[in-house]
Design a protein around this ligand. Structure first.
Ligand code: SAM
Length: 315
């Protein structure tokens, strides 16, 4: 569906839980486990998704929190996979539990995964996230093996923490069929308010003139993609601050507690719970109105004060 600024909103990020297996220093290091009680049921996520698809959503990404923590994740994937008009179904995961679930996720209808990986050094990975690097490596291998492709690796760069690993991440694309995407730290969560910690992607690109630009694969693509001769994978730069993509933003977010958030960089949200009770017509109407009124742009540069971390909103 087209919003008030003429953008085609066709992408839904569905955060199925706020709970996470990790405590990434820039995301939710200061938060405890969120209660399960307020989470929507799988059936409610499917109703919301069907309504969104009826309004023109064509791609859904499952996220969280850590989506693989949901016991019914396979049922959710499989239910979404049966929505005819849906063209893409993907997941963002920290891959701590992916190795053992990749095969069944693929069979249930998941098409591809984005995997968060903020360091290739075992100790550092543990310090940043509290998790185990080997689990992620096993998860990446499993995703490639079962064909959850393309596998994309997401790295949030934080100055002084992992910015010395940019070329190591780029090197991963040489022999592996995986894409890596360097993401600018956003003013969400714990460290994001400290601008001095943000690495500007334009500077990373300028320092690497051997990167060859690729055209966007689809309209509204947030990353600027590059290739290197002889490398199997691509390198993407996602730069919500230095190169905002609001004018082409095509997405909305639904959170695990039923809040609909039309813009990541604006705290405005509306609860879908009353409409879920009232019926499908009410659900369609509230989603339609919220999409139409999606804000023109985020407010990250204007003293944005986040109320929620990415793990709650759904990254
Ligand atoms: N648990 C899953 C994972 O780790 O991929 C999905 C949720 S996680 C919140 C989604 C993504 O948000 C991760 O790639 C994470 O690095 C990113 N993220 C969290 N806080 C961020 C911030 N302040 N700026 C940029 N990206 C952030």
């Amino acid at each position: 569906m087209i919003d008030q600024f003429g953008r085609n909103i066709n992408y839904l990020r569905l955060s199925v839980t706020e709970r996470c297996t990790l405590r990434c220093v820039y995301c939710r290091a200061d938060e405890g486990l969120c209660p399960k009680a307020a989470e929507l049921s799988g059936a409610d996520f499917l109703r919301i998704s069907r309504a969104c698809v009826a309004l023109g959503i064509r791609r859904i990404r499952l996220t969280g929190g850590e989506p693989l923590l949901r016991k019914d994740i396979l049922e959710i994937v499989s239910g979404l996979g049966q929505i005819d008009a849906l063209e893409d179904l993907s997941m963002t995961t920290n891959a701590q539990m992916l190795a053992e679930q990749a095969e069944s996720l693929k069979q249930a209808g998941l098409k591809r995964v984005n995997i968060s990986l903020d360091s290739l050094k075992e100790d550092r990975y543990r310090q940043i996230t509290g998790g185990e690097l080997q689990n992620v490596i096993d998860g990446i291998d499993a995703a490639v093996r079962v064909g959850l492709l393309p596998v994309k690796i997401n790295i949030v760069l934080v100055r002084g923490i992992n910015d010395d690993e940019v070329d190591d991440f780029i090197a991963l694309t040489k022999d592996n069929p995986i894409d890596v995407r360097l993401i600018e730290l956003m003013p969400l969560g714990v460290l994001g308010q400290d601008e001095s910690l943000r690495i500007n992607n334009n500077e990373l690109m300028a320092a690497r003139p051997y990167l060859q630009p690729l055209p966007p694969s689809y309209s509204g693509q947030p990353s600027r993609d590059y290739k290197i001769d002889g490398h199997r994978g691509h390198i993407g730069f996602i730069s919500p601050i230095s190169h905002s993509f609001c004018a082409d933003c095509n997405r909305i977010r639904v959170m695990s507690d039923g809040m609909l958030r039309p813009c990541l960089g604006s705290n405005a949200e509306i609860s879908l719970k009353p409409a879920l009770q009232a019926g499908d017509a009410a659900l369609l109407e509230v989603i339609r109105t919220t999409i139409f009124n999606k804000p023109m742009r985020h407010h990250f540069e204007e003293g944005f004060k986040p109320v929620k971390s990415m793990s709650r909103i759904g990254g």
